[in-house]
Design a protein around this ligand. Structure first.
Ligand code: MG
Length: 280
């Protein structure tokens, strides 16, 4: 199923896209977090209301107001590690995963605007990422059972202010400005994507391809992430974990190619969809 959060007549609803993806059928959950907590089986079995054409509703981010900060993986593709000069490409040992988080008061909707924040940053950048949503409480989850704890997947743009990241020697502020987490267009439920996901991931700025990779190239895979984090930290349903970005971000060019006002940023993952946003 492809699940969306949307506004219809000013009311926020959760629904399932029809097979042709041209309409949505509402589901009886107060919001996406309630659907996630009910569980995948309950969502699949829930009665669906009459289909409404998508052009008559307004898409929101699938989880517009995450309950907690988004958990992020840093430099989790070898190609991006190289462009970010994090470690040499001939690094022979598997690096220890870098975890950080990102505050999200409100995730930016598909089609929504990424604030420019010109008074805070001159180095606004994009990062196309595969994000997973935890579906059931995860505590001490063994690797072979990690997949059972995933509710679904979405596309997330880990918008970043590079100069703020570097100035504070810690990424939290530079990753957490208002509007720095566009997400969507939908959540694809985990039963629809073979585990571990091997999906093409791309990004485009004003139609020019910038990033192109596949999620099977993650350095630390989804199972290892869930197993490791849950070994000491309980992951609650609705937790969003975004798995890192491949090479091709603005920072990686010489000279860097940061975002400017009016730029159209598209982040796409095979089987999930295209998340398109415009810079203020
Ligand atoms: Mg990132």
């Amino acid at each position: 199923m492809k699940l969306i959060t949307y506004l219809e007549n000013g009311k926020e609803k959760v629904g399932a896209l029809t097979a042709d993806e041209k309409a949505v059928r509402p589901l009886p959950f107060a919001d996406m977090l309630a659907a996630v907590e009910a569980g995948l089986e309950a969502v699949k079995a829930a009665p669906q209301g009459p289909a409404a054409p998508l052009e008559g509703v307004k898409l929101l981010a699938p989880i517009p107001r995450p309950r907690q900060d988004v958990i992020c993986l840093g430099v989790n593709y070898a190609s991006h590690a190289k462009e970010a000069k994090w470690f040499s490409s001939d690094h022979s040992e598997k690096p220890v995963p870098i975890y950080f988080s990102k505050r999200v008061n409100e995730a930016v909707a598909p089609g929504g605007t990424i604030p420019r924040h010109g008074d805070v940053t001159k180095e606004l950048d994009y990062e196309a990422e595969l994000a997973l949503i935890i579906g059931r409480t995860a505590k001490n989850v063994p690797l072979e059972r990690a997949a059972e704890h995933i509710f679904g997947y979405t596309v997330l743009n880990d918008v970043s202010a590079r100069d703020v990241q570097h100035a504070h020697q810690q990424w939290y502020f530079g990753k957490s400005l208002d509007g720095f987490t566009p997400m969507g267009p939908c959540i694809v439920t985990a039963d629809e994507i073979p585990f571990p996901p091997a999906l093409d991931i791309t990004s485009f700025v004003n139609g020019e391809r910038r990033q192109s990779s596949n999620t099977q190239l993650l350095i630390t895979g989804l199972g290892d992430i869930i197993a490791e984090l849950s070994s000491g930290m309980t992951l609650l349903p609705g937790t969003i974990i975004t798995t890192g970005t491949p090479s091709g971000v603005g920072l990686g060019f010489d000279p860097p190619r940061y975002l400017k006002s009016g730029d159209k940023v598209e982040c796409a993952i095979e089987g999930i969809g295209v998340l398109c946003n415009t810079v203020e």
